[in-house]
Write a protein that binds this ligand. Structure first.
Ligand code: ADP
Ligand code: MG
Length: 619
């Protein structure tokens, strides 16, 4: 039953909108929601198929409408070319990113454009991983609508903590394509912690490890939870290690031990069958000590002890990752308040035992490891829906804040998604001799060029004592308080002269505008990097020209005619290179000028040092 709310200002009756939480997994996906009466999270159950939706999309021959989930899974056996699994691995990736792994999938990944995002070919059609993920999300959405008997338009979707911006954006786009407004992308380990009730009270401080062994991937994250803020201290793992590898270990053992190679050779459907049997054996051994299967007349036994010895090395690899994650977080096992187990493969007793032994405490596996991420996503959705006023929402700054540096480049000082309040700063100096004023321009945005970002403020730091370029030390500090007010202060350290302004960065920006700024930064990332490289090369060149000309002017008497003529030619060459606006041409001319001038610069330095020494009376 959905709750009904009355809008007091208009008097209209509104159905309170359900926001679902979605675990979009590599192997399996789930959708969960908070039950309006019990206030407890529940994974949405399809009566005859359970809560798990295998992340598999099958395109029936000739048909455009795909089949998703349990019904699609059987076609992995019979029609692998038209049956797409593990599409999450391809999200936000180019063919080049995939490397050798592109050919290991049973379906066709297209490599026509190795720089662009991958496409998957099914029959005569091409699909992006975003479109295929959207099919899985549509299935989850319709399951939720069916079970809750209400339209579902909003969702929180989880992603691995190590997902980069492009993978997160792709996940968001998939949601949109499935007709869902994605209110937030949440890290899977954060969702798992929420499901275990960690981080729900504002005064709570905890450090936890989340160990997630799924079907094809493994990751471990160390989280620090403080005042409702979830911080990922470190993550580690292996994106090609999971339950499938445990299955393969059994498969290989059986195939070798019971001479199945002949039966399996060039018989893909027998191979798949044996693989499924291996998975079944693995699952049963989570409950019992031994079993025996019949495979076309051959008896295939397996004991738990044998299984443990087969998969031991794989489990050990996950422990190596755990050790690294702890080291990176600069922690020891006793610093952890809890170790949470996530992912179907953590049901393997050897996994539980090894993880508990390594972290020197019993791992927590009281929640269903298949569901825990989706349950946590539902809790996060509930918080965003404003139904848990007791929970402090983590506040982060949505866009990067920084200042303009030479050549119109953006120098980021507070990165986007930094939690607030926060403080950061950097030291700058002057670029011209005798410079007494420094202009500080404050910008907001993700682009490399300030001209593409949003200007927030500008002020002059005056009264810098006249000194050679590069000597003054100007500290610029950004202080962003809990209300999102930014204070920028600049102070010249020798003279103590200082200046400050206060700005409200988000003022006048709608969510859509923030989103557009983020989207643009992705769209233009390549151009921006190219532009930045040219500007950086130009800045180096201009500084070099300035230094060399000044040097020649001052030290005329110590240089030969030839040195002066050659230097003049090389500086002229660099000026022309600057016109060309090509990074490599500019840097080449810089190198030439440098090679020419450094020997005599060194010689002249020696002369002046000698003179200085000679001037000193030692006695
Ligand atoms: P993902 O998050 O990668 O989508 P899941 O967390 O759903 O994956 O984990 C799927 C894996 O869990 C599969 O390899 C499956 O065989 C394994 N699994 C499920 N149940 C059990 C069990 N009882 N014992 C061992 N492994 C299991
Ligand atoms: Mg998972």
């Amino acid at each position: 039953m959905a709750k009904v709310a009355i809008n007091l200002s208009t008097g209209s009756i509104q159905q309170e909108e359900i926001i679902v939480g979605i675990d979009l997994g590599t192997t399996n996906s789930l959708v969960a929601y908070i039950h309006p009466e019990t206030r407890q999270p529940h994974a949405i159950n399809d009566l005859d198929r359970g809560t798990i939706v295998p992340s598999v999309v099958h395109f029936p021959a000739g048909g455009d409408t795909p089949i998703v989930g349990t019904d699609a899974k059987q076609y992995l056996l019979t029609d692998p070319q038209n049956t797409i699994y593990s599409v999450k691995r391809l999200l936000g990736k180019s063919y080049k990113d995939l490397g050798n792994h592109a050919t290991e999938l049973g379906y066709r990944v297209i490599d026509d454009n190795s720089e662009g995002l991958v496409k998957i070919r099914v029959g005569e059609k091409f699909y992006s991983p975003i479109e295929l993920s959207a099919e899985i999300l549509k299935e989850l959405r319709s399951r939720a609508e069916h079970a809750l008997k209400t339209p579902v338009n909003k969702a929180v979707i989880t992603v691995p903590a190590y997902f980069n911006d492009s993978q997160r954006q792709a996940t968001r786009d998939a949601g949109r394509l499935a007709g869902l407004e994605v209110l937030r992308i949440v890290n899977e380990p954060t969702a798992a912690a929420l499901a275990y009730g960690i981080g729900l009270s504002p005064d709570e401080e905890k450090t936890v490890a989340v160990y997630d062994l799924g079907g094809g991937t493994f990751d471990v994250s160390i989280l620090r939870i403080q005042q409702g803020i979830f911080e990922v201290l470190s993550t580690n793992g292996d994106t090609y290690l999971g339950g499938d590898d445990l299955d393969r270990a059994i498969y290989d053992y059986w195939a070798a031990e019971y001479q199945l190679s002949a039966v399996l050779f060039q018989n893909p459907s027998r191979q798949q069958e044996l693989r499924l049997l291996a998975e079944e054996a693995k699952k049963q051994l989570s409950q019992q000590d031994s079993l025996e299967f019949d495979f076309h007349g051959t008896q295939l036994p397996l004991s738990k002890a044998k299984f443990n010895s087969l998969v031991g090395p794989l489990v050990e690899r996950t422990i190596v990752s755990c050790r690294q994650a702890l080291t990176d977080a600069k922690l020891t096992p006793t610093d952890l308040d809890a170790v949470l187990l996530v992912g179907g493969s953590t049901r393997v007793p050897l996994v539980y035992d090894s993880v508990s032994a390594f972290f020197k405490q019993p791992a927590n596996s009281s929640l269903n490891p298949d569901e825990v991420v989706a349950l946590g996503a539902a809790i996060q959705a509930d918080i965003l829906g404003g139904n848990r006023r007791d929970v402090l929402l983590l506040d982060v700054t949505p866009l990067t804040l920084g200042i303009e540096t030479l050549g119109g480049l953006m120098d980021p000082i507070i990165a986007r998604n930094s939690k607030i309040p926060t403080k950061a700063g950097r030291q700058y100096t002057t670029s011209v001799d005798g410079q007494v004023n420094l202009k500080i321009s404050v910008y907001q945005g993700e682009r490399d060029l300030v001209s593409e970002n949003r200007k927030l403020a500008e002020f002059d730091l005056r009264g810098i004592p006249a000194m050679p370029a590069g000597l003054p030390k100007v500290d610029v500090n950004f202080i962003l308080n809990a209300d999102g007010i930014l204070k920028v202060e600049a102070i010249e350290l020798r003279s103590g002269t200082s200046q400050a302004v206060e700005i409200k960065p988000q003022y006048g920006l709608t969510d859509d505008q923030v989103e557009k700024m983020l989207m643009d930064s992705l769209t233009f990332a390549r151009e921006d990097v190219a532009a930045r490289m040219v500007i950086e090369a130009r800045t180096v060149a201009e500084q070099m020209l300035y230094q060399v000309e000044r040097f020649v002017e001052k030290n005329h008497q110590h240089l030969t005619e030839e040195e002066i003529t050659l230097t003049a030619a090389a500086t002229q060459n660099l000026r022309e290179a600057l016109e060309a606006k090509d990074k490599d041409t500019i840097l080449k001319a810089v190198d030439e000028l440098e090679a020419l001038t450094s020997p005599y610069a060194e010689r002249v330095m020696n002369i002046s040092i000698k003179q200085a020494m000679a001037g000193k009376k030692i006695e």
